[in-house]
Design a protein around this ligand. Sequence first.
Ligand SMILES: NC(=O)c1ccc[n+]([C@@H]2O[C@H](COP(=O)([O-])OP(=O)(O)OC[C@H]3O[C@@H](n4cnc5c(N)ncnc54)[C@H](OP(=O)(O)O)[C@@H]3O)[C@@H](O)[C@H]2O)c1
Length: 286
Amino acid sequence: MEQKWEIRHKICMVTGANVGIGKETARALASAGARVIMVCRSRTRGEAARAEIIEQSGNDEVELMLADLSVQADVRKLAAAFQRQHEALHVLVNNAGAYFPQRTESADGLEMTWALNHLGYFLLTNLLLDVIKRSAPARIINVSSAGHTHGTIDFDDLQMRRNYGGFQAYARSKLANLLFTYELARRLAGTAVTVNALHPGAVNTNIWNNVDGLLGRLLRAVGKFYFLPVEAGAATAIYLATSPDVTGVTGQYFAKQKAVRSSPGSYRTDVAARLWDVSTAMTGLN
Ligand SMILES: NC(=O)c1ccc[n+]([C@@H]2O[C@H](COP(=O)([O-])OP(=O)(O)OC[C@H]3O[C@@H](n4cnc5c(N)ncnc54)[C@H](OP(=O)(O)O)[C@@H]3O)[C@@H](O)[C@H]2O)c1
């Protein structure tokens, strides 16, 4: 019989861990005695957050690894370096994400929201999948958003060359997080690796700083008072990483620590399978 899930001493990677929901998740995991790998893109910001987490948790098994997750070569270097240094990965929290008001392209020539928010999760997870499977029972947690309900996957213009909108690009990437989660769960059926997605709530973090115009100013003003503090915003990610109650639970979307339904379109298996193939081609995976 499988032993009760216990986060203590588990090796956990959290992306975007220097601030916001990722930092709070890393802090909680470190406080619970996990070995935490914080993935950040800035050494300065990453080291400052790491020092704070070590001090507050009293756990010095907190490590920093650097990668710009919108850059595929960086993701590959990160996955390779991790596997040189660690034999196991029990929890992967794909959290790093951003909102881009104007259309920009990544170093690989891909629309930035797609490159970071979707392909960043897809590539890193696939590169680490063998070590995750060897470490089973293991958990993959993808931070999506309720914003996915506004997203569409237009395979004819995934790069949004025709009509870019920051919200449309963001919503599309968060819908892709769900399609990826459900497809990966199907592919991992029969293994002891689970994969779930979550909506953290509307949380008062830096992500709103990039929303431009009147809407951005309004959201930031309202957000200060009405959005969740980051501690509450990280609660569902922490729950999915640490709770024995979700042992064996896979292919689900969580909000407020409960499995909930996502949009009808997110359950389209044909779209998910096609997205998998397209994402494989875009990342040069076999
Ligand atoms: N806040 C909300 O209300 C809300 C709602 C729904 C979903 N979410 C999701 O929650 C996740 C975390 O967002 P947050 O609200 O905590 O935002 P945040 O405070 O802005 O944190 C985002 C994290 O991602 C990192 N990041 C951004 N671009 C990166 C890149 N190219 N390479 C590596 N790391 C990068 C950031 O690093 P830097 O500090 O270096 O920029 C930061 O650590 C995102 O996936 C977001 O879509 C948030």
